[in-house]
Design a protein. Structure first.
Length: 602
């Protein structure tokens, strides 16, 4: 079987920089964490920093080297694995003494785990011989956390050769995949987010690194981040037909999360989790029926039963009670805690100015914006240095950002080669077009506002780590963008890694907001706000759009009814009265919206 983390939670990928070295910080304590590997300039900067910090020789990999991007990513991953191994073995070889990292490793574990029970028995044992046996057993069962890597499938720009034609298999996502596959990482995972990319999935078939070593055992697992069961089934089947097994489906809230938001059509977290719970075995068998014949056709030995599939969840979890509920009721294998860890320097990397903003953030400061050049909603903290710079450029009459990294270039509206919608070049051309278009004042202002809200995320999401470590990244570009989930407003204290794990497992409480709504209610509120906003932005509601919004309302009402049934089962915890009140308010709002839509259609 695959070696798994002794913890019940994981730290998801955050931005480009915020979790860029999280594995170096937390894997030695058995905690899984994920990094983004798309920004090779950032990875090269971090490789230089950690090589010099640890007295290792650093040999730069320049952009003129063949396959430089693959080499940069691979070398950083290899360095991370080496540093994690060294620190883990150092901790493992040490002795149990008060305040030691070895004690910290076991003290942070969940109280209901086997390893924690052995540790507690060890602490109470006085017999030297028995104590030695328990100490050896504890060290034998210690495991480092996994280094997980994330590839956002939509970030897949073609890279061109001297003839201005795409270099075969050299796009951003494909080179990131190749770099990960050829790295030294073991007991690791590759996470695909933002939907299916057929070119990327097809390319993956060429790599034996993702094959099963034995039943349930992979050196490099495949994880897919999904918003619902249907998405999991479609993507899982696509890969299964190619002989690739998906070991984990990572369910993320459509809106109650950090970074880019991919809203469902009103499908809420509770019903989605319930469908996975009820159909998990059906999912396994369905994928296995395609996977096993596929690997046999490739000349590999088949398996008599499906490999295990983990179901994990993340997005808006804030209390130990919620965490326990997700594990106990929905039987999820792990929960993702992202946003709260932004206030834990032992786990993530945030520059001082941005950290202060996060600490003092209020509900009005965290917005769902149009800042992303990808044209996808983006959770965004106001008041950052990137926002300040963007507004200053607009005021000077030179909107748009310098486009140095070019990972999000995708628009060919005005140019033959794709450019980024946050770039100075695009915004100048688009503003001219808008001014010459025969738009109503309302539509003109809306499109102009959306355009000018675009920010350079390549730089903004990368700068926090270089600024924090005082290592140069990009000349004259130090703007920082941060994209926490709405849950950040409930935390306003710098915490240690020990304190954060204690909060997750219910041994202490870091929550600052006493009246914080349940994560399911908060997501419901966000969906209602999202729908109201979308309807208000739609200039001409045609029959197709009206039908879409009506379906959205119906899904929300179905979700509300599902939560009512959950309340009757008395499984939602202590705040059932406030939960029920919130459901009534939400139902009334959705019904009013549905009635208004019906009148519009007449």
């Amino acid at each position: 079987m695959q070696i798994s983390s002794p913890h019940h939670f994981h730290i998801p990928v955050m931005g480009l920089a915020y979790s860029i070295d999280s594995p170096i910080k937390v894997a030695c304590y058995g905690i899984n964490s994920a990094i983004s590997i798309i920004e090779d300039n950032l990875l090269e900067t971090m490789r230089k920093h950690y090589s010099q910090k640890n007295g290792e020789i650093y040999v730069p990999i320049g952009i003129k080297e063949k396959d430089y991007r693959v080499k940069r990513i691979t070398q950083y991953l290899n360095l991370m694995q080496s540093l994690v191994n060294i620190e883990f073995e150092k901790i493992k070889a040490s002795t149990f003494r008060l305040g030691s990292d070895l004690m910290k490793y076991f003290e942070m574990l969940p109280d209901n785990g086997e390893l924690k029970r052995i540790f507690q028995k060890f602490l109470l044992t006085e017999n030297p011989s028995e104590r030695e046996k328990l100490e050896n057993l504890l060290k034998e069962k210690m495991r480092p956390g996994a280094i997980e890597v994330n590839i956002m499938t939509k970030v897949d720009k073609d890279n061109l050769g001297k003839d201005d034609l795409p270099i075969p298999n050299a796009s951003d996502a494909l080179t990131a995949l190749r770099a990960y596959a050829t790295s030294d990482l073991k007991n690791s995972a590759l996470i695909f987010s933002a939907g299916m990319n057929p070119r990327l999935f097809n390319y993956m078939e060429d790599f034996r690194e993702f094959d099963a070593i034995a039943w349930g055992h992979f050196h490099k697992k495949v994880v897919i981040k999904v918003s619902d069961y249907r998405s999991a089934l479609i993507q899982g089947k696509y890969l299964a037909k190619k002989g690739i097994w998906v070991s984990e489906f990572r369910i993320e809230s459509g809106l109650n999360c950090g970074g880019h938001v991919f809203a469902t059509q009103g499908l809420l977290m509770g019903p989605i989790l319930n469908e996975f719970k009820e159909r998990k075995e059906e999912l396994r068998e369905s994928l296995f029926s395609l996977y096993n014949p596929a690997i046999i056709s490739k000349g590999k030995q088949g398996f008599s039963r499906p490999h295990p599939i983990k179901i994990t969840v993340q997005g808006g979890i804030g209390t130990a009670e919620e965490d326990n509920f997700l594990h106990d009721y929905y039987k999820v294998d792990s929960t993702g805690w992202g946003t709260p860890f932004l206030l834990c320097p032992e786990a993530t990397t945030v520059d001082k100015r941005t950290l202060k903003l996060l600490l003092n953030s209020k509900e009005k400061d965290v917005i769902r914006s149009q800042s992303s050049p990808l044209g996808v909603g983006f959770n965004y903290l106001k008041g950052t240095s990137a926002e300040t710079e963007r507004l200053q450029r607009i005021e000077k009459g030179t909107p748009g950002s310098p486009c140095t990294e070019k990972f999000l270039v995708s628009n060919t509206e005005f140019t033959k080669k794709p450019i980024c919608t946050a770039s100075r070049k695009y915004q100048k051309l688009k503003l001219k077009q808008l001014e010459e278009s025969n738009l109503s004042e309302t539509e003109y202002q809306q499109q102009k506002e959306d355009l000018l809200s675009k920010e350079c995320l390549c730089v903004g999401l990368s700068n926090a780590a270089p600024l924090n470590y005082e290592v140069p990244f990009l000349k004259k570009q130090q703007a920082v963008t941060v994209c926490p989930g709405p849950n950040i407003v409930n935390f306003s204290k710098i915490s240690t890694l020990r304190e954060m794990t204690d909060h997750i497992y219910g041994r202490c409480n870091l929550m600052q907001q006493k009246n914080r709504p349940h994560m399911f209610i908060r997501e419901l509120e966000l969906y209602i706000d999202f729908l109201e906003h979308q309807i208000s932005r739609t200039q001409n509601l045609d029959k197709r759009m009206l039908k879409t919004w009506e379906g959205f309302c119906n899904n929300l009402l179905d979700g509300i009814e599902y939560y009512r049934k959950m309340l009757k089962k008395k499984v939602l915890g202590r705040n059932s009265i406030s939960f029920e009140k919130a459901l009534k308010v939400a139902e009334k709002t959705v019904c009013s919206m549905k009635t208004a839509l019906f009148k519009t259609s007449l």
